[in-house]
Design a protein around this ligand. Structure first.
Ligand code: HSE
Length: 316
């Protein structure tokens, strides 16, 4: 008889790009995140359901990234059982917080834990990246890697994939504000410049190098100075109502730096204390409300070093 086994996995939200590091840098934060519960079932294949309060989340298995990546794994590993996968979709989609990555990561970690011979966590990244390809047309790893592995991740190279975990100090506190509008990653990618000048590239790679040093040394002032983005922010900022005012408010309230989280509309700010992060986030939220008439959610977090977390396993 097949042994029963149920796994619950939480996968955290992420701040991708960190301003200058388009497609190559990302960090995990504590909240929000998505949850997947997976269990073995006798019938082969995937049985999928979604619980959510967000009406625009795709619930059909062929439209949802969690079901998609789970199916890819089942097709590759052919376990002698089927899987029932329940996605508790807590994160809003098209938020700039790595919502699709969190769903994909939670699903691959849960399915992997059910397999007779689970693979290494880092090797799950390629499946999660396929979820990103399905969601946005591009298999970027700067959300999926930190959601899976925790901490700060540098995607040094895509082909072949080389993801490096940056050692971090916990002195930086991140203020994240999610305004209640949605921007599809695919749309935000389509407006990016196809080429940049050497001068812009020099500015960008100076900042990316500074970001890695600042993350490793926990230097909020350095990280704040380096979140400056000369490539995506100038065009993506136009998609976010009151973007410049919100950024200015963050800096005026004491943030060391501020930019777009992932492809937006969420914005993040770099600070050096929990208290300062709350003050900055409140200032940003207030400008979204007053200047753009948009309500928003606030998240304050240090870097989440755990990444996807198997919160319980039940076997009988
Ligand atoms: N690096 C990706 C982008 C992240 O900026 O398009 C999407 O969340």
């Amino acid at each position: 008889m097949m042994r029963e086994r149920r796994i619950r996995v939480f996968a955290p939200a992420t701040i991708a790009n960190l301003g200058a590091g388009f497609d190559v840098l990302g960090i995990a934060i504590d909240q929000p995140g998505d949850v997947v519960v997976a269990e073995r079932r006798a019938e082969p294949g995937l049985f999928f359901c979604v619980r959510t309060r967000h009406p625009d989340v795709p619930t059909a298995a062929d439209k949802n990234v969690a079901a998609y990546v789970a199916t890819l794994m089942l097709e590759e590993f052919h376990p002698p059982f089927g899987v029932k996968l329940t996605l508790e979709k807590r994160m809003p989609i098209s938020s700039g917080l790595g919502s699709s990555a969190a769903s994909s990561v939670a699903a691959v970690v849960a399915v992997n834990a059910l397999l007779p011979g689970p693979i290494h966590r880092k090797d799950l990244l390629r499946f999660a990246m396929e979820g990103e390809r399905k969601a946005s047309g591009s298999a970027h790893a700067d959300n999926a890697a930190p959601s899976l592995l925790g901490g700060a991740c540098l995607v040094r190279r895509y082909d072949p994939l080389d993801v490096i975990s940056i050692p971090t100090k916990q002195s930086i506190v991140w203020a994240v504000v999610h305004p209640h509008i949605s921007i599809r990653t695919e749309d935000a990618r389509n407006i990016l410049p196809k080429a940049i000048t050497l001068q812009t590239a020099v500015r960008q790679w100076g900042n990316i190098s500074g970001l890695t040093v600042g993350l490793a040394s926990g230097d909020a002032a350095l990280v704040g100075r380096c979140v400056e983005d000369a490539v995506a922010e100038p065009v993506r900022g136009n998609l976010i109502p009151a973007f410049h005012e919100v950024k200015e408010a963050a800096l005026r309230a004491g943030a060391n730096g501020c930019s777009i989280s992932g492809s937006g509309p969420s914005m993040f700010a770099v600070t050096s204390s929990i208290r300062m992060a709350h003050r900055v986030a409140r200032a940003m939220k207030s400008v979204f409300a007053v200047s753009a008439g948009i309500d928003s959610d606030i998240y304050v977090s240090r870097i989440n070093r755990t990444g996807a977390d198997i919160s319980w396993v039940k076997s009988t």
